[in-house]
Every structure is written in C-alpha cells, then in structure tokens.
Ligand binder design. Structure first.
Ligand SMILES: Cc1cc2nc3c(=O)[nH]c(=O)nc-3n(C[C@H](O)[C@H](O)[C@H](O)COP(=O)(O)O)c2cc1C
Length: 216
C-alpha cells in the first residue's frame, strides 16, 4: 500500500491541533442510546454554557455514531473520567468499539436517574441532559444539552488531556470531599440506592498510573 502524501490541508490541521492542544481539558465519556442499546464515546469538548437554564455543550464529529444517536434519542449523559480511567478513555475512542453493552464489559455502570443513559460509576462526576439545540459547526455538530441531573461519583482526581497526552494533576485540591475546610461534595448525587445496593467496589481508590501516548 502506498502512503498518501500529506496535503497542505493535512499540515494546517496538524498545526492547528497541536497549537490548540496546549489548552488542557478534562476527559469524559458521553453516552446515549441506539434502539435501546447504550453507546459511549470519549469527548473532551465538554463545556458548561449557562446556569439559567442550566446548559452544557459537546462538539461532536458529524460522522460520529453518537451524533446520530443523540439526534434520535433526544437525551445524553456525560461521565467525567477519573485519573485512573485512561483505559476507558482509550476504549471509547476506538472506532472499532461496538454499540451496546459489550462496549461496557468490565466497567461498573449505572443509569442516569433523569435520562436513563449509561454512566460509568467510577467516574468523578456526571450530567444527564435533554438535547436542547443542535448547531452546525463545520465538520462537527455543537450539541447543547439542558441539564436534568448532575452529581459527584467518586472523590478522585480527574483525568486531563493536554498536548495529545493523558495527564493528571500534580498538585491541587484534595479529593476526599473536603477542601479548605469546606464540604465540596454537593447534596445532589446519585440516589443512594442506585450506587450503594449495586456497587460491590470500594470507593476512594488511589489513582493508578496514566499512559503517555498521543491518543487523539
Ligand atoms: C481524549 C479524546 C477526546 C476526544 N474528544 C472528542 C470530541 O470532543 N468530539 C469528537 O467528535 N470526537 C472526540 N474524540 C474522538 C472520538 O472519541 C473518536 O473519534 C470515536 O471513535 C468517534 O466515534 P465513532 O467511532 O462513532 O465515530 C476524542 C478522542 C479522545 C482520545
């Protein structure tokens, strides 16, 4: 097979990505449904937009299966990943991953109380949204979600993405729910029954090592 010669556009896109990559982000798995089956996709375009009404947005490739799933289901959820969930970030960025429960094998999950979309229980926070508006954004679609549920999951540091690499915080706030003597865990979390009854995993695990490969 002959390698394609990079075009000027390829070079411009590469430069744009590496300059934009200096802006660090968190990493999340956004989920929705296709014919009642869960679909998940790794995203870092998550941004909160408005408090009243409470809105957030995702920028999704127009070609992604999640974009059409959200268009049809009208709902989606976002799980913000913890520093030790690099494997999840990688798994849900693979184009070869399946739609359905098989994609979530081995990952503790539960349903978002508002939308029923799948959440990754070992994440740090979640949001459940009704799709509010969609805007064209070049080769992406900007999906604005009206937040119907949100809360904290595990008191762990979040996973970061910068310069095309996964990273973790070297310093920062404590993640045991108390910061500067103030309780940082808000009252609004998953209803106790949805995580105490079903969760065989102890919470508050130390974060594991993260990889250092260019993943996007
Ligand atoms: C850290 C990271 C963040 C990503 N963020 C986004 C994003 O915000 N929007 C997007 O469209 N794709 C994003 N991607 C790429 C998709 O996860 C990936 O292309 C996925 O395979 C698309 O799903 P599809 O196979 O249904 O097209 C990201 C990938 C990584 C590794």
């Amino acid at each position: 097979m002959t390698a394609r010669t990079p075009t000027d556009a390829d070079q411009r896109h590469g430069t744009f990505r590496s300059v934009a990559g200096r802006f660090p982000t968190g990493v999340a798995v956004a989920t929705s449904r296709v014919d009642g089956q869960p679909i998940g996709m790794t995203v870092n375009s998550f941004t909160t937009v408005s408090l009243d009404p409470t809105l957030l947005l995702l920028c999704l490739s127009r070609r992604s299966r999640l974009t059409s799933a959200i268009r049809r289901a009208g709902v989606f959820a976002v799980t913000v990943l913890a520093a030790d969930q690099v494997d999840c970030a990688r798994r849900f960025a693979l184009p070869s991953r399946p739609i359905g429960l098989a994609a979530f094998t081995g990952i503790p999950t539960c349903d978002d109380p508002a939308t029923g979309c799948t959440l990754l229980r070992d994440g740090v926070a979640y949001f459940g949204c009704v799709a509010h508006r969609r805007y064209p954004g070049g080769d992406h679609t900007i999906v604005l979600g009206e937040v119907r549920s949100y809360g904290l999951l595990r008191p762990s540091p979040p996973l970061l993405f910068v310069d095309g690499h996964y990273a973790t915080l070297q310093t920062g706030p404590r993640f045991d729910g108390v910061h500067n003597g103030r309780l940082t865990r808000p009252a609004l979390t998953l209803p106790p029954e949805s995580y105490e009854s079903a969760d065989p995993h102890p919470r508050g695990r130390a974060s594991g090592g993260v990889g250092d490969q260019a993943d996007r």
